[in-house]
Design a protein around this ligand. Structure first.
Ligand SMILES: [Zn+2]
Length: 399
């Protein structure tokens, strides 16, 4: 009887608290997709500009139109002076006017709109999340979107072949997300979760030239598009996509040695974290731990990266997927899961590691060096995405 009760309790615990990192419900995402005809025809991308701000300030110096959620023209004008936009009681306010039929769509007619300190092309769409916060989406041409990505994701001072390689990788990644997130309210976000996008504000001639020189070019593997992941610095070896996330293995994302990024400022790094900081991180992840006896990297893959972290505490131990733990600590502090050493002194854990980022696909400091050494962008892309080919989006075989 006692045994049965214990068993029932155990079953209840297992049902409520699946072992961290081993959840059977994790969806394995496809690593390659067909390109639908309608996406190729329009090539408009929807970018979420963040969902945190309760209020933004909008303005434009050029003619504009405002539509409601059913596509009806509400009004048009020649300019908008600085006007607050915010959500309240199920409506969106544009200055003193309120709108119920959402989203509220502002079309600049292929011109630009200012939102707070930044400038965006084409269309801004305002809607509301279930919790009442404002959701702002910028809808624009994919090539124009890239103009707002490259200055952030690459250094505009890098050699043209490095910028071209980044342009093709960023275009491929964005298009993959447009297909993967069809039917969602946006395809990508404007932060590091997708790729950083800052609108027109920081566009640069060098990065715009790289985008124009590779217009419409994407990477495919056996005719299918795949998510061309990239990261800052691999630290000497890239890793398999399926080691970093729940994604199907892909031949072009299988990792390999990189001999080009050792001049990166992120090639080697060290960070110290107090036990208190780690406890706070663990609490945020749902684990209440009184003290930490040991932190170790586990299941090291062939690139040298940990797939899990194990935390020993007085009452037992927990195993957490390494990338989740890194992001919870802070990707700026714990730059990678490619660890060389973890030391523990007093109440401080010191981690020494290599590289910055998830380590999948293209290594940005690696492409910088390859371009300096005279490699072409096609050679660079073949090096980091083995077996991939460049196709131009308008090509009939992709239609
Ligand atoms: Zn590298």
């Amino acid at each position: 009887m006692i045994f049965s009760r214990q068993l029932l309790v155990l079953l209840f615990i297992l049902a409520c608290c699946p072992a961290p990192g081993f959840s059977a419900e994790v969806e394995i995402k496809k690593s390659k997709l067909d390109i639908p005809q309608d996406i190729v025809k329009s090539l408009q991308i929807r970018v979420s500009l963040g969902q945190e701000k309760p209020k933004v300030v909008l303005s434009t110096q050029t003619p504009f139109k405002v539509f409601d959620g059913e596509g009806r023209l509400l009004f048009q004008g020649s300019q908008i002076e600085k006007t607050a936009v915010f959500a309240q009681e199920g409506q969106i306010f544009l200055g003193r006017q309120s709108f119920k039929r959402l989203p509220l769509v502002l079309d600049s007619g292929k011109s630009v709109l200012q939102l707070d300190q930044r400038t965006y092309r084409d269309i801004l769409e305002f809607s509301m999340l279930p919790d009442g916060r404002l959701l702002i989406v910028n809808e624009l041409d994919l090539e124009d979107y890239l103009r707002g990505v490259l200055p952030w994701e690459a250094n505009p001072g890098w050699k043209p072949e490095a910028l071209k390689a980044q342009a093709v990788a960023s275009r491929t990644y964005a298009l993959f997300k447009m297909i993967e997130n069809r039917g969602e309210s946006f395809a990508v976000s404007s932060d590091v979760i997708s790729q950083v996008y800052g609108g027109v504000t920081l566009e640069k001639t060098s990065t715009n030239q790289a985008i124009d020189a590779t217009e419409g070019q994407i990477l495919v593997y056996k005719g299918k598009i795949f998510p061309a992941f990239f990261h800052s610095t691999c630290g000497g070896h890239t890793t398999r996509a399926e080691n970093a996330w729940p994604i199907e293995p892909h031949p072009s994302l299988r990792g390999g040695s990189c001999g080009f990024c050792n001049e990166s400022p992120h090639y080697r790094w060290k960070v110290s974290l107090t036990e208190q900081e780690l406890r706070t991180v663990l609490k945020k992840m749902g684990y209440n731990v009184t003290s930490i006896l040991k932190l170790s990297a586990k299941d090291i893959d062939e690139s040298g990266r940990a797939r899990f972290f194990e935390i020993k505490y007085p009452a037992g131990k927990i195993k957490i997927p390494a990338n989740d733990f890194r992001l919870a600590v802070s990707p700026m502090k714990m730059k990678s899961v490619f660890l060389r050493q973890i030391t523990h002194e007093g109440h401080t854990f010191t981690l020494a590691g290599r590289g910055w980022g998830h380590g999948v696909g293209l290594c940005q400091y690696g492409i910088k060096k390859m371009a300096e050494l005279g490699y072409t962008y096609r050679q660079i892309l073949e090096y980091y995405y083995p077996g991939s080919e460049i196709r131009v989006l308008a090509a009939p075989e992709l239609g």
